[in-house]
Design a protein around this ligand. Sequence first.
Ligand SMILES: [Fe+2]
Ligand SMILES: [Fe+2]
Length: 184
Amino acid sequence: MHNSSVAALPRITTLPDWLRQELRSDHAGETGAVWLYFGIIKYSRDPMLTAFARSHLKTEQQHLKYFETWLSSTDKSVLTPLWRIAGWLLGSLACLGGAAVVYLTIETVETFVIDHYQQQILKLEQQQQYPEVAELLRQFMFDEHHHCQDAVHRHDIEDTWTTRCWRAIVTQGSVLAVNFARRL
Ligand SMILES: [Fe+2]
Ligand SMILES: [Fe+2]
């Protein structure tokens, strides 16, 4: 559960442009995360994996709801339908490779998201601005850290050429998506 309520957060229109852009990318990311787990749940035939995805999905839906409620429609990415499709495709594709690939994908995505939130928190701390926003992002980052650890503990992820390649594709795809979502 998250302590901060959306009502306690500063009005989105009062925030500086850079922060609004970052929050737009967060909304896009959480949208992608929700649909990633939808894709996994749809195509997984492994009950353990489905249960794993359902429990993570619950948290991602909470995260998304915060941004949905807080951000105005003009502060959300115009590419939101694309982020849903991208998440769904990634989840479905990973499922084709089996449970190990799904856990590897979750570990990779969550590692990226942790770093993404961390950078935003650091910038807010350095500027000594909006501590309530930093606190909310910290709570979300903690959840993502838990998701990442959960994926790591479920499966021994071997460090092979193929896993390194898949990690690079997923990470670079996420970098690209964040860059687009900040602007559009
Ligand atoms: Fe999340
Ligand atoms: Fe997550």
